[in-house]
Design a protein around this ligand. Structure first.
Ligand SMILES: [Zn+2]
Length: 177
């Protein structure tokens, strides 16, 4: 499981005034200013869907800034970036709470299980405001369950198959008439 490698700063524990809950926007609007950088449209869509699951919890947290940026990097680039953050122990994902960023390797999206393991875990750190893996995992369990219900059905379709490959398999039988 991905680790934070001690990059959570002390500021993380500072409490600011809570301004109460913000009502979530309906529909496709992203709550609390999510930005997803990089990745394919499918990766972006799945990431945004999983993040939306946590929006209500994140908006409830103290502080004014509830924005979130998720950066999806090709795996080679991810390895360089994580080393620059000294996140040596992580393999696929890590978080930087001071900039409210989550960094994901594109390998997170190799399959749905990995995506549903890594993304909720990182979000779990933000929801619990904790550097501890077990705290993050408790929150991640709830996020995973909801993400599985909400994000793995038609709202997030499978990567598109080309029409031509479908068309060739639908070729009419030959020579029967
Ligand atoms: Zn972690």
């Amino acid at each position: 499981m991905e680790r934070l490698a001690g990059i959570f700063p002390r500021l993380w524990s500072l409490k600011s005034l809570a301004l109460g809950c913000y009502l979530l926007s309906q529909g496709m609007l992203l709550a609390q200013n999510l930005t997803v950088i990089g990745g394919t449209s499918f990766q972006k869509q799945l990431t945004a869907c999983i993040e939306r699951v946590t929006a209500e919890d994140l908006d409830r947290l103290p502080g004014l800034d509830h924005s979130m940026t998720i950066v999806i990097l090709e795996h080679e680039r991810f390895l360089q970036v994580k080393d620059s953050f000294r996140a040596y122990r992580t393999k696929l994902a890590f978080s930087n709470p001071s900039t409210r960023r989550i960094y994901l390797s594109s390998d997170v999206f190799k399959n749905l299980d990995t995506a549903l393991r890594c993304i909720p875990h990182e979000l779990g750190h933000f929801v619990t405001q904790s550097v501890y893996e077990d705290h993050a995992e408790i929150a991640a369990g709830t996020i995973r369950k909801r993400a599985h219900e909400v994000c793995t059905r038609p709202a997030v379709p499978d990567p598109p198959r080309t029409l031509s490959s479908q068309a060739s398999s639908l070729r009419p039988p030959i020579g029967t008439e």
